[in-house]
Design a protein around this ligand. Structure first.
Ligand code: ARG
Length: 461
């Protein structure tokens, strides 16, 4: 007989049980579910709704179930409807009638919402930890490569020289925003819906604030209908996950390009690459490709839950059981990708010599050459055309601007002088770009220092 079987005259069909059971995926909530129940029982006793003897039996019973589940001693049979029913029925089996009193003043609707709040809050903590480790890796690398020149691109065409440290610090900024978004999601999760009952609260004199505080949650929800039917806190996390995966995916795209022979900007550690049996020369950047590929499923997870929620009348609807697989998948995928990507990045070696050669060969200093002419009195509107002709000439001769002797340069503009070589060297090009946020080595080092200070002031929990 089901716990809710009173008004039914026959058993549900096997098909029905298979269809609506969520135990296969909500079993991962067992620790949150049990913690929630322990806090609820403590509160019920404090309010005189549960006797001290019952409460003690419940606490000991729940503690035992928690231990057994952690030790893998309890199966999650497919015929159990969900984790909440399973824990309660095992509890009742073990301690008798007291187990049946645990659910007083509570519904599975506020119970499952609470479990998800607790789980999401922990997930946010883990994600911030993973993002932080990635940020630290980026800071170390950016510091090391603050002065290494590479080409910067627009349209994937060599554009202006930058430094590798500068390029890496662009990702630091993206992941910094991800941390801020996850912190927001954590705040949204940090709320207890317990006491919302099925939808309209309860007539029992519960102390909602006490239960929330027992669970380390910052506040209680302010409307019982919203308390059981809000899943925004999951969507907050999943939006952050979708954006965060987009950031990772862009970085991955660059790792794939950079590790090709055509670019030759990075060599991946053997531990984070794969080979091919048929083409023995190959070393494939699978981590980057898979992360790029998995981005789509995280977008899909977000879209799935947004779509589940969009047509739901207040308050709880069984549709909402569909929140879990999407949320868990987004969480698992993002965390896994963050962790392996960080290791791949940490162990990769950047081929700064190739980067430098590439910046040299690509006319990355053409803008600086035009700026030089402007400084020498050529009008701002004319200088780029002069350099354009110069570049066309160099393309024909297959050389760089600064490979040409001064007389040849002067045939394009008499404003060229001996100091041009120094002015358009790659090092001068990057050194001169020293505004806040620029690629100059001193700026990169300052950005690294600021980044480090920012990470340090982040609350640790
Ligand atoms: N397994 C359900 C879920 O995940 C728990 C809540 C069920 N509530 C109900 N009234 N049937 O949403």
């Amino acid at each position: 007989m089901k716990l809710w079987g009173g008004r039914f005259q026959k058993e549900t069909s096997q098909m029905m049980d298979d269809f609506h059971s969520s135990i296969s995926f909500d079993q991962r909530l067992f620790a949150q579910d049990i913690r929630g129940s322990m806090a609820h029982a403590r509160m019920l006793c404090r309010q005189g709704i549960l006797s001290a003897a019952d409460e003690q039996a419940i606490q000991a019973g729940l503690q035992g179930i928690l231990q057994d589940m952690q030790d893998g001693k309890i199966d999650f049979p497919p015929e159990s409807e969900d984790i909440h029913m399973l824990v309660e029925s095992i509890l009742t089996e073990r301690i008798g009638d007291a187990g049946k009193r645990l659910h007083t003043g509570r519904s599975r609707n506020d119970q499952v919402a609470l479990d998800m709040h607790l789980y999401a809050k922990e997930t946010c903590g883990e994600t911030i930890g993973a993002l932080r480790a990635l940020e630290e890796t980026l800071l170390t690398l950016a510091q090391k490569h603050a002065g290494d020149v590479m080409p910067g691109y627009t349209h994937l065409q060599r554009a202006q020289p930058i430094t590798l440290g500068h390029h890496l610090m662009a990702y630091f900024e993206m992941f910094r925003r991800d941390i801020i978004r996850v912190r927001h999601a954590r705040e949204a999760a940090d709320c207890s819906p317990l006491g919302s009952g099925a939808l309209a609260g309860t007539t029992y004199p519960l102390d909602r604030e006490f239960a929330a505080a027992e669970l380390g949650l910052a506040r209680v929800s302010q409307n019982s209908l919203d308390g059981v039917s809000d899943r925004d806190f999951l969507l907050d996390y999943m939006s952050a996950a979708a954006i965060g995966m987009m950031h990772l995916s862009r970085f991955c795209e660059e790792m794939v390009l950079w590790s090709s022979i055509e670019f030759g900007f990075v060599t991946l550690d053997d531990a984070f690459a794969t080979g091919s049996s048929m083409m023995p020369q190959k070393k494939n950047p699978d981590v980057a490709e898979l992360t790029r590929g998995k981005t789509g499923r995280v977008y899909g997870d977000l879209m799935a839950l947004l779509t589940v929620m969009k047509g739901l009348p207040l308050a709880y609807n069984k549709d909402m059981q569909e929140d879990k697989e999407s949320f868990f998948d987004a969480r698992d995928t993002w965390l896994k990708c963050l962790r392996i990507f960080t290791e791949m990045l940490r162990t990769a070696s950047f081929r700064t010599g190739n980067m430098h050669r590439s910046a040299n060969a690509g006319f990355a200093n053409a803008t600086d050459c035009a700026d030089y002419l402007v400084r020498k009195g050529v009008p701002f509107r004319d200088a780029p055309a002069v350099v354009g002709r110069l570049v066309a000439h160099c393309l024909e001769k297959q050389c760089a601007i600064d490979d040409l002797p001064l007389e040849e340069l002067q045939s394009f503009s008499p404003a060229f002088d001996r100091d041009v070589y120094d002015a358009i060297s790659l090092q001068s090009c990057v050194n001169a770009r020293s505004l806040t946020g620029g690629p100059a080595p001193e700026r990169v080092l300052a950005a690294v220092q600021n980044g480090r200070a920012w990470l340090e002031q982040l609350p640790k929990d």
